[in-house]
Design a protein around this ligand. Structure first.
Ligand SMILES: Cc1ncc(COP(=O)(O)O)c(C=O)c1O
Length: 314
């Protein structure tokens, strides 16, 4: 006797491979607006700096709760210019973590200092404050905590050690736009904060871009001079500088994404990467083997899709 029923066999689930990072889709949403501003920049031949850049700088400074922001060519330049602005020079030693992108350390070397590593905490993957004090030597001038994957490092004990030893703190906030540590915005806790707007970042430009934020006028003026060949005004060079400003093209694309970004404390990575609508497909090779633990009282804006959907508050 046949065992078949009249029901049709269960359908195999349809599997759709979703790219790990899909910048094309999110840019399509902005394309009309971007083309309009690109056209107006072309017609005005307004390529470098200008009113749009200045407007964005004040907007981003306000967002970071700092008094100023200086737009630069990349996050790497932001770090390097920040180190130079606080006076890093050959023979100095700067403390940072090894668990970061190479830009954190290459910019220290480019500024002329040597790198001293302290390890990260096992749970948070960010600087272990208890390892800090023993790493300080008479040559140490500053500390660079890295806010990895959108989580601000444990800044209170780091700032206490810095204050005790008279060291500056520059935050590598390249991955942490809008993240918070207790009641403070990423980038506003140390004397300067460095951000990257590389296209894949939570807040990405159409090209390389970065910024230094802070509230110390003298340091911010130096960063501004550094990007303008040491000039405070045209052809009056008062400091050894270089070039490294922002183009209108990069900025406007960036400003467009800012509308999406400015939603507040929601996980920006999730919004920008469309998580919640479609979950990416993970394979063993792109799934993190262990997820960071969130530091109490922080707001993390996980900077990777995988982190955004798997955040694990303690
Ligand atoms: C932690 C960290 N610091 C610095 C940078 C450098 O930024 P940029 O690529 O804009 O030079 C990055 C970029 O990936 C980063 O992740």
């Amino acid at each position: 006797m046949s065992t078949k029923t009249s029901e049709s066999p269960a359908k195999a689930p349809v599997r759709e491979a979703i790219p790990f990072l899909d910048l094309v889709t999110q840019h399509l949403e902005l394309e009309g607006e971007l083309l309009t501003v690109f056209r107006s920049a072309l017609r005005a031949a307004a390529f470098v700096g200008g009113a749009e850049v200045a407007a964005f700088e004040s907007e981003f400074a306000a967002f970071c709760t700092t008094s100023d922001a200086v737009g630069l060519g990349s996050g790497t330049d932001a770090l390097r210019f920040a180190y130079l602005a606080v006076g890093v020079e050959s023979g100095d030693e700067v403390i940072t973590v090894p668990n970061t992108f190479i830009a954190t350390t290459e910019s220290i070397s480019q500024a002329g200092a040597s790198i001293k590593f302290v390890d990260v905490s096992e749970g948070t993957f960010t600087m272990d404050p208890s390892a800090l004090e023993s790493a300080i030597t008479p040559r140490t001038v500053g500390i660079v905590p890295v806010h990895l994957y959108g989580q601000v490092a444990d800044m209170d004990p780091i700032m206490r050690v810095a204050e005790r030893h008279g060291l500056w703190v520059i935050e590598d906030a390249a991955q942490a736009h809008g993240a918070r540590y207790r009641d403070k915005q990423a980038g506003s806790i140390g004397v300067l904060g460095a951000f990257s707007f590389y296209p894949g970042k939570n807040l990405g430009a159409c090209g390389e871009a970065g910024a230094v934020v802070g509230s110390d006028r003298a340091f911010l003026d130096r960063v501004r001079k550094l990007r303008e060949h040491g000039q405070a005004k045209k052809y009056f060079t008062t400091w050894k500088g270089t070039t490294g400003g922002w183009t209108q093209f990069r900025l406007r694309s960036f400003a467009s994404s800012y509308d999406i970004f400015a939603i507040g404390t929601r996980p920006v990575g999730a919004l920008r990467f469309g998580i919640g609508r479609r979950l990416p497909t993970y394979t063993k090779s792109n799934y993190p083997s262990r997820l960071p633990i969130r530091i109490l009282s922080t707001i993390c804006l996980w900077s990777r899709p995988s982190d955004a959907i798997n955040s694990r508050p303690t």
